[in-house]
Ligand binder design. Structure first.
Ligand code: 13P
Length: 287
């Protein structure tokens, strides 16, 4: 059964580790992530962008697939199904479709409008027992059509949003979606510490997890980050493993064209990557 992130976030903050959000694109992706979570006895958050939701034939299809999988694969670790960078309308659709968690990304609105819209969703999520992520200060780069300039969050604005009663808060600290450029200056721990000072035990979310060096991940967790989002890195290992399979001509041998064989190396590569991240984030054995 799907759960909200409330309990897993509270435990992560108390235990000084982070829970990974891994974005899903299809059945193989989802199966790889939930089975790895079960093997690692780790809580996990399945992230779905609005674009990926559309690709997978809508949020209801995603809910049906994930619920069926948790049941058929006997998954007992906590799994949340979470909308990533949602619009206000998208968040409402996911709530109606049966998601257990949503993100409303109002970071591109003036702060008053971000507060007003986030507040409306706090009330709805509270009534339904769902978790809600809000954002202040945009994440740089592009993800599924959502483009951000990468501004560092204003700690006072973070407090205003945190005080509304959201479950977790994404604060821009110089993080970027996708692969980091060579000249990336790194995360702004000054901003993160200032945000933490204002919001206390509010679980903080680090987007753009792909390619952040391990020591920065550890420091971010020590400063209150309890959820880390990873998307591109799974896509890259899937692509590399699939390319190798084809380049080695394995699709041409015997029944190597069978989609279950063709997609298997990419599937295994995602499993390895998710395990590596769960170990790095410290969530193994915390289910
Ligand atoms: P990456 O694609 O950089 O890992 O970012 C994922 C993310 O932040 C999802 O919201």
């Amino acid at each position: 059964m799907l759960v909200s992130t409330k309990d897993m976030m509270a435990k992560a903050v108390a235990g000084h580790y982070a829970v990974g959000q891994f974005n899903i694109n299809n059945l193989e992706w989802t199966k790889a992530i939930v089975l790895t979570a079960q093997e690692c006895q780790s809580p996990v958050i399945l992230g779905v962008s609005e674009g990926a939701g559309k690709y997978m034939c809508g949020f209801k299809t995603v809910v049906g697939m994930v619920n069926g999988m948790l049941d058929e694969l006997n998954i007992t670790v906590p799994v949340a199904l979470h909308l990533d960078h949602g619009t206000f309308e998208g968040a409402k659709k996911c709530i109606n479709a049966g998601f257990s968690s949503v993100m409303f990304d109002g970071s591109h609105y003036p702060i008053e409008e971000n507060i007003e819209k986030t507040k409306a969703l706090v009330n709805t999520c509270d009534v339904l027992g769902l978790s809600l992520e809000a954002e202040v200060g945009s994440i740089g780069g592009e993800e599924d059509g959502v483009v951000g300039m990468g501004e560092c969050a204003d700690p006072d604005e973070c407090k205003m949003i945190a005080d509304l009663g959201v479950t977790m808060l994404a604060a821009g600290i110089g993080n970027i979606h996708g692969v980091y450029p060579e000249n990336w200056p790194g995360l702004s721990f000054e901003t993160l510490a200032a945000v933490k000072e204002k919001v206390g035990d509010m679980p903080l979310v680090l987007h753009g997890g792909t390619g952040i060096p391990d020591d920065m991940i550890a420091k971010a967790i020590s400063l209150g980050v309890a959820k880390i989002n990873v998307n591109t890195e799974c896509q890259l290992v899937f692509q590399a493993a699939t390319r190798q399979y084809v380049e080695e001509g394995k699709d041409l041998k015997g029944k190597g064209f069978d989609p279950r064989k063709l997609l298997a190396p990419g599937y295994e590569a995602i499993k390895d990557k998710v395990k590596e991240k769960m170990e790095l984030f410290g969530s193994v054995g915390k289910a």
